[in-house]
Design a binder for this molecule. Structure first.
Ligand code: SF4
Length: 402
């Protein structure tokens, strides 16, 4: 693999990033990957000698929300990300060339680095009417995407539309939108669904590859376990209010003003796997539930159809025994929702009972070429937090305005 240059440390120094900031970034990545802090020096050492990896970033049926997330990345900043870890050779929204020159940039990268570049796909891929609903430079997006993915070292699907078609694939959509996994089933694929994805998860995924020489362990939907291995409900700062039957029942009510649980306002946290409560957005400032809005389940399959209406609460859970786990609650709550969700919930439940090494194996790690390869840890997600005390028998009408 002939990469454009080597030595991330040299690049970082050249761009005025301090050693202290670099080590802080390495520590933050260890945390993001659910690794002990002791892995931070190993990550730093690996990144210092890591080559820049060419990236082709494709956009199909998208709103550019994931690109917005990239541009607002704080760990690292976009400059560090582009100039340091990645060589973003093609990105329609932010690249300087346009028209034929832009398309030539993509072709040049594919020619120079066969099987050596990462393809990032943002947006759905329309296949109805032979793909005419999205064309670029006279070619259908599905043909461009297939060719680029076929020649890539690996593909990362960012956002829910690249995951499974997202909004364009919702009921009534005429374009026949699909995600990367359905366009190129044989692709080495990491899925980072979300609307948008959290750029910290993209960065951590690439750092894992550069550090350990393999992609992080994933669930059956191709989502990294470090980011999608736990229910939002299990990590939520409002969980204690759920347990106490303290719910927001109207926007602006007492519970709303005091951070009570948003279950009755339609929060899908009990059925959604993601690390939003811990990774958060905007430099770790907040996430939807913290800001007062329920989770809409945007990291889950077909969420536009399966998780709507967004403000209708999940089915009332039946009484639980005191030793029932949170994951089991999640399964019961969503009984009729997406089958994939249930499969994931079962996997998560089982993971609590398996050793970390078995978890990594079950997650389907994609092993690939990457320097420098060092021993990979068992990148299983941290064990799910034990429910804080006895489960509340029901989330029905205990909570009222007070
Ligand atoms: S229902 Fe939503 S707001 Fe309530 S604890 Fe669960 S994730 Fe948090």
């Amino acid at each position: 693999m002939d990469h454009p240059s080597a030595g991330l440390a040299e690049l970082i120094a050249a761009h005025g990033v301090s050693r202290r900031a670099f080590l802080q970034f390495s520590a933050a990545m260890a945390g993001a990957l659910a690794l002990p802090a002791s892995f931070a020096p190993r990550i730093a050492a690996a990144l210092e000698t890591a080559p820049r990896v060419p990236v082709i970033w494709l956009e199909g049926q998208d709103c550019a929300g994931n690109t917005e997330g990239l541009l607002r990345a704080s760990h690292p900043t976009v400059a560090e990300l582009i100039l340091g870890i990645l060589s973003l050779d093609y990105h329609e929204t932010i690249m300087a060339p346009s028209g034929k020159a832009a398309e030539q940039s993509r072709a040049d990268t594919m020619d120079r680095f066969p099987d050596g570049y990462i393809c990032v796909v943002e947006g759905g891929i329309p296949i109805a009417e032979n793909g005419i609903y999205c064309t670029i430079g006279g070619r259908t997006f599905k043909d461009i995407a297939r060719a680029t993915i076929d020649g890539a070292l690996a593909t990362i699907a960012v956002g829910s539309c690249a995951f499974d078609g997202g909004l364009p694939a919702a009921k009534g959509g005429p374009t026949g939108a699909i995600g990367v996994k359905d366009l190129v089933p044989s692709a080495t694929l990491i899925n980072l669904p979300g609307c948008p994805m959290n750029v910290q998860n993209l960065t951590a995924t690439i750092v894992h590859f550069l550090t350990f020489g393999e992609w992080p362990a994933t669930d059956p939907s191709g989502r990294p376990l470090f980011a999608y291995g736990q229910l939002i409900h299990d990590q939520c700062e409002r969980r204690a209010h759920f347990e106490q039957g303290e719910y927001v029942t109207a926007w602006g009510d007492y519970g709303s003003l005091n951070g009570w649980c948003l279950y009755k306002m339609g929060c899908k946290g009990p059925d959604t796997f993601a690390n939003c409560p811990t990774a958060r957005f905007n430099e770790g400032t907040s996430w939807p539930v913290k800001s007062g809005h329920g989770c809409v389940g945007c990291t889950m399959p077909a969420f536009w159809d399966q998780m709507t209406p967004f403000y209708r609460r999940l089915p009332t859970p039946p009484p639980f025994a005191t030793d029932v786990t949170a994951d089991q609650i999640g399964l019961v709550l969503v009984g009729g929702v997406a089958a994939l969700s249930v499969a994931h919930g079962v996997g998560s439940y089982a993971r609590q009972r398996r050793a970390a090494s078995a978890e990594a194996a079950a997650g389907g790690v994609a092993t690939m070429e990457a320097p420098p390869a060092v021993e990979a840890p068992a990148t299983a997600p941290p064990p799910a937090a034990a429910p804080p005390g006895p489960e509340t028998p029901t989330a029905d009408d205990k909570g009222t305005d007070r």
